[in-house]
Design a binder for this molecule. Structure first.
Ligand code: GCO
Length: 476
C-alpha cells in the first residue's frame, strides 16, 4: 500500500497496564487493589489455572531492561503505561508512598533514556481495595472526590513528565464487567444494570474532576480518556429496524462514554430510555463538556445489531434492547479466532476506520488516538516457540489496522496516533496468561510460571519496519 508519510507528530507507541505487567503486588508499600482481592479469593478466581497478577511480567523489577527492549524491538517513540493507585496512595487517599512514586519516576526516566516519551494513565481498573471496602468504590459518589485527590497528587509529582495524560481506561468495560448479573471482573459485585450505570456515571464525573485538577494546575501536556467499544452495523442493512438497532447500540456502548465529553450529557436515546439511575446536574454538565484534549479509542472488533423483541426491564439486553453478534467478517478477531485469511483489505475497515469516522462525525471529536487494538491468540502458550515468534496471523491483522488508518488519514479524519496493545504478553484478566496480545513474547506458561525470558515476535519487527520506515519513505 503506497501512501503519504505519516503526518508530522503522529504518535506511534505501545501500551501496557500496571496490574497486567508489574507484579510485586505487595512490595514497597503497595496495598491490595480490587483485582488482588478478587483473584486471591478462590471462590471468585475462576481464571485459567487460577492465575493472578501477583508476579505477571515482573516489570516492577525488570523495567530497566524491558523499556530499552520495547524501543529496540518495536521502534516505538512513546511508552504508554498506567499508574497503580495503591502504589501512590496505599490507603486510597492521604499520605503518599514515596517508593511507589519513585518507581514511576524511574519508569519515566528510563523511557526518556530509551528515546521514548510517555502517555500516562491514572487508572486502569486497579482500585484500592480500601475504598471498595469503605464505601463500595465506584458505586458511591465519594469516589469522585477520592479520584480528584489521587489525580491532584499524581499531577503534583509527575504532571509535566507525560506528553499525554489519560484519566482512566475504558470506564464502560470496568463498570459492565465488574458489576451486573454475571460480573467476571473485579470487584465482582452481583447486581443489576443499574449498578453498572451508576458506576459509569461516577466514573465520568471522576474523569471530569481529574481533568479539572489538571487544568487548574496548568500542566503542559494534553489530557484525555481511553474508551472501549467497537462499531455496530445493522444485521440486515436493508432493515430499518436493524439500522435503528445499530445506531442505538452505538449510543449505549460508545455514546454513553463519548457524548458527555463533547455535549455534557448522555445521548438522547439513553436519556429517553428512562433507564438511567442518575442524571447530571447543570454544573456537572459544564465540567464534563470539553473535558478531553484527545480521545483514545480501544476498538477491537465490530458486531451486527438487531432489535430485541418484547424487551422489558427483565430482559437480558435491557435497557439497550438490541441483540449483537460479534465477529464482523474482516475486522479481525474475537480472542483466539484470527480471521486474517478472509479479509477484504480494500474495503473500509469497519472497526478502526468506522470507529474513527463515527466519533469524528457524530461528536466532532478531534485528536483521535487508536489507543489500543491488537490480536489476542488463545493458547499461544502451547505452540512451539518458533511458531509463536513467527506470528504471521497477527501481522496480517495489523496490516488491516494500518490499512484502515491510512484510509482515515487519506480521508482527512483527525487521527493523531497508534498505540498497539500490547508491548509485551501479559495477564489477560480472566483469560489469565492463556491469551497473548504481546508484540514481544514472555516465556511463561498459562499459569504465568516460567523463565520470564523476553522474545520479540515478528509482528513487532513488522510494525517497526513499516511505521519507522514511513517517516523516511512513502510506504505503509
Ligand atoms: C481492555 C483492556 C486491556 C486488555 C486488552 C485485551 O481493553 O480490555 O484495556 O487491559 O488486556 O484490551 O483485551
Amino acid at each position: 500500500l503506497d501512501g503519504d508519510a505519516l503526518p508530522e507528530g503522529f504518535i506511534y507507541g505501545c501500551a501496557t497496564s500496571a496490574y497486567q505487567i508489574e507484579g510485586a503486588w505487595n512490595v514497597d508499600g503497595k496495598t491490595p487493589s480490587i483485582w488482588d482481592t478478587f483473584l486471591h479469593n478462590k471462590s471468585t478466581n475462576d481464571v485459567t489455572y487460577g492465575a493472578t497478577g501477583d508476579s505477571a511480567d515482573e516489570f516492577y523489577h525488570r523495567y530497566r531492561t524491558d523499556l530499552p527492549l520495547f524501543q529496540r524491538a518495536l521502534g516505538v517513540g512513546t511508552y504508554d503505561f498506567t499508574i497503580a493507585w495503591t502504589r501512590i496512595m496505599p490507603s486510597g487517599r492521604g499520605p503518599l508512598n514515596e517508593k511507589g512514586l519513585q518507581f514511576y519516576r524511574d519508569v519515566i526516566r528510563t523511557s526518556r533514556a530509551s528515546g521514548m516519551s510517555n502517555i500516562c494513565t491514572l487508572y486502569h481498573w486497579d482500585l484500592p481495595q480500601s475504598l471498595q471496602a469503605e464505601y463500595g468504590g465506584w458505586l458511591s459518589r465519594k469516589i469522585v472526590d477520592d479520584f480528584r485527590g489521587y489525580a491532584r497528587a499524581v499531577f503534583k509529582a509527575l504532571g509535566d513528565e507525560c506528553s499525554h495524560w489519560v484519566t482512566m481506561n475504558e470506564p464502560r468495560t470496568f463498570c459492565t464487567e465488574g458489576f451486573g448479573p454475571d460480573p467476571d471482573s473485579a470487584p465482582g459485585i452481583v447486581s443489576t444494570y443499574k449498578e453498572q450505570y451508576t458506576c459509569m456515571h461516577y466514573a465520568l464525573l471522576a474523569h471530569a474532576a481529574a481533568v479539572d485538577e489538571f487544568r487548574l494546575g496548568g500542566y503542559k501536556g494534553k489530557i484525555g480518556i481511553k474508551i472501549d467499544g467497537g462499531v455496530s452495523l445493522p444485521l440486515n442493512p436493508a432493515s430499518a429496524a436493524d439500522r435503528e438497532a445499530a445506531a442505538r447500540t452505538m449510543d449505549f456502548e460508545v455514546g454513553r462514554d463519548v457524548a458527555p465529553l463533547y455535549t455534557g450529557d448522555y445521548p438522547r436515546s439513553v436519556l429517553e430510555s428512562g433507564a438511567l439511575p442518575l442524571q447530571f446536574t447543570a454544573a456537572e454538565k459544564r465540567l464534563l463538556k470539553g473535558s478531553v484534549d484527545f480521545l483514545g479509542l480501544d476498538f477491537y472488533t465490530s458486531q451486527w445489531a438487531t432489535p430485541t423483541p418484547n424487551c422489558t426491564p427483565a430482559s437480558d439486553s435491557y435497557p439497550e434492547c438490541t441483540a449483537t453478534y460479534q465477529q464482523h467478517p474482516y475486522t479481525g478477531i474475537d480472542i483466539g479466532r484470527p480471521t486474517a485469511s478472509d479479509w477484504n483489505f480494500d474495503a473500509p475497515h469497519p472497526t478502526i476506520y468506522g470507529g474513527i469516522k463515527y466519533v469524528a462525525e457524530t461528536y466532532n471529536a478531534t485528536n483521535i488516538l487508536v489507543s489500543e487494538t491488537g490480536m489476542g491468540v488463545l493458547n499461544e502458550t502451547n505452540l512451539p516457540l518458533a511458531q509463536v515468534l513467527e506470528d504471521v496471523d497477527r501481522i496480517a491483522w495489523y496490516r488491516g489496522v494500518l490499512t484502515a488508518m491510512k484510509q482515515a488519514l487519506d480521508d482527512g479524519l483527525p487521527l493523531v496516533g497508534f498505540i498497539p496493545w500490547s508491548c509485551i504478553d501479559n495477564f489477560e484478566w480472566t483469560d489469565g496468561y492463556n491469551v497473548r496480545f504481546g508484540l514481544i513474547n514472555v516465556a511463561y506458561d498459562a499459569a504465568g510460571k516460567g523463565s520470564q525470558q523476553r522474545n520479540p515476535k515478528l509482528s513487532g519487527a513488522y510494525l517497526k519496519g513499516v511505521l519507522t520506515r514511513v517517516r523516511d519513505s512513502l510506504h505503509f
